[in-house]
Design a protein around this ligand. Structure first.
Ligand SMILES: Nc1ncnc2c1ncn2[C@@H]1O[C@H](COP(=O)(O)OP(=O)(O)O)[C@@H](O)[C@H]1O
Length: 299
């Protein structure tokens, strides 16, 4: 907590920090093709209508559609994996705030070392800080002509969700769920190639079925031979820190699920197993299977 306060003061000494950062976010988002901020009640109704429409009649989405999607889910659930696959499929940028934070950590300086202390202990960084990072990323994307987003790791607190909701119209929030036994093993098995940045997982998860739940098998996602000797783990993927991240998720981020549930935007998706099993089912749940079939046929 002390670190969090120090970091907050260092980064944002003004008492009106929240306004400053949210107006920064507003500036980044308000001229997006989804239009400027609307009256919150109209936003809510519009969002409900959109979700109803997409989940009932589900016209085949095309690349012209402007996706504003959010991925929620515990550490290790696979947000990055599925968000990045959808990003390639839909041609919408995948923005992972964890990656933005790690990029920031790789720079030198006092801010980076204070940030490292928070992240490596499994704590969240201050809302204002993360909103600022996200705003910069969105602004840079807009300048390159990007539109829409698939957010991964944001929002993680109700404050972040409220700010996002106030400035842009999130169409859909996909809440990925995985049995708790698998989450820790998946975080501990996570590996990154220090050269190409590829993400892999050496854990082989095989949970026996019982009367209540079926067997769950998640094969490892092994690196190609040229990455094998360059694998590293994230500093926050230790057992102690993952448990702390799970605790913080339950305390700070679970209320965000409720925030979107109340607004009719939450799609719950229980991962049935590894990528080969889960990916087609996720696409079906999102009514995207036709798009995927068409792309596979072209490829
Ligand atoms: N929206 C956010 N709010 C606060 N802190 C964040 C946010 N996104 C990322 N972080 C910081 O970056 C770390 C890594 O994030 P991420 O890669 O998304 O991890 P996870 O595997 O826990 O989902 C988090 O533990 C937190 O310290």
């Amino acid at each position: 907590m002390a670190v969090s306060h120090r970091l907050f003061r260092l980064y944002s000494p003004a008492t009106t920090a929240k306004n400053t950062f949210s107006s920064f976010l507003i500036r980044s988002l308000s001229s997006s093709p989804s239009g400027p901020t609307l009256d919150p009640e109209i936003d809510l109704e519009e969002a409900r209508a959109q979700l109803e429409k997409s989940s009932s009649t589900s016209p085949t989405p095309s690349k012209d559609r402007n996706f504003h999607w959010v991925f929620l889910g515990c550490p290790g659930v696979g947000k990055g994996t599925y968000a990045s696959r959808l990003s390639s499929l839909l041609g919408v940028p995948h923005i992972a705030t964890g990656d933005l934070v790690r990029d920031e950590l790789s720079s030198s300086g006092l801010l980076s070392s204070q940030l490292k202390e928070l992240v490596n202990h499994g704590k969240l960084v201050p809302d204002e800080f993360i909103i600022s990072l996200l705003s910069k990323r969105l602004q840079a994307g807009k300048e390159k002509g990007e539109s829409g987003y698939i957010l991964d790791g944001f929002p993680r607190t109700v404050t972040q969700a409220e700010i996002l909701e106030g400035v842009t119209n999130v169409d859909l929030v996909i809440n990925l769920k995985l049995r708790e036994e698998a989450l820790l093993a998946k975080c501990l098995g996570r590996r990154i190639c220090s050269e190409c940045g590829g993400n892999y997982n050496v854990a082989c998860i095989d949970i026996k079925g019982d009367d209540v739940s079926p067997r769950m098998y998640m094969p490892p996602l092994l690196p190609p031979p040229n990455c094998e000797s360059k694998l590293i783990s994230r500093a926050d993927d230790t057992e102690e820190v993952v448990k702390e991240r799970l605790r913080i998720y339950n305390k700070m981020t679970q209320p965000v699920e409720e925030f979107y549930r109340k607004r009719g935007k939450l799609l719950e998706f229980e991962l049935p197993g590894g990528i080969p099993e889960s990916w087609p089912k996720l696409l079906r749940a999102l009514h995207l299977e036709d798009l995927y079939d068409k792309q596979s046929a072209i490829a």
